[in-house]
Design a protein around this ligand. Structure first.
Ligand SMILES: [Zn+2]
Length: 130
């Protein structure tokens, strides 16, 4: 087998650089929003027209593994990303599918067992704003 270790190292360094190259911009784009990768990509190529979609996928997944982005997998099988990494409730407008954040402290759940401590949650409320 003909392998050139120098080329492999260059390729590895280049891949690592590409993985982190767009991170700051992705975090900026996702700030206060819930976006799918296509949305992030469409916004990012305005500043980085050379960006490849697979590179953006890698960056976004990497950021979610580092807890810099939160990954939301929805019942309709779309995956959204957001910078609000803390536990919170999602309210979804059924007409527009726009997603809003709500802090847990803002709602009252009266039927929880006594001394029940919430360690994590995934609550989605889908309704029509009237
Ligand atoms: Zn959210």
């Amino acid at each position: 087998m003909n392998q050139n270790p120098y080329s492999y190292k260059v390729l590895l360094i280049w891949t690592l650089m590409k993985t982190h190259y767009y991170s700051d911009k992705i975090i900026e784009i996702c700030s206060h929003k819930h976006l799918v990768v296509d949305d992030i990509y469409n916004e990012l190529i305005k500043d980085y027209p050379e960006a490849g979609k697979s590179s953006i996928y890698r960056n976004v997944e990497e950021l979610s593994k580092k807890w810099l982005l939160k990954k939301l997998i929805w019942v309709w099988k779309k995956t959204y990303f957001e910078t609000n990494i803390w536990d919170h409730i999602h309210i979804i407008d059924e007409k527009t599918w726009e997603i809003f954040d709500l802090d847990l402290k803002d709602i009252n759940i009266p039927n929880l067992p006594k001394n029940f401590k919430i360690n994590s949650m995934d609550i989605k409320l889908i309704w029509e704003f009237g």
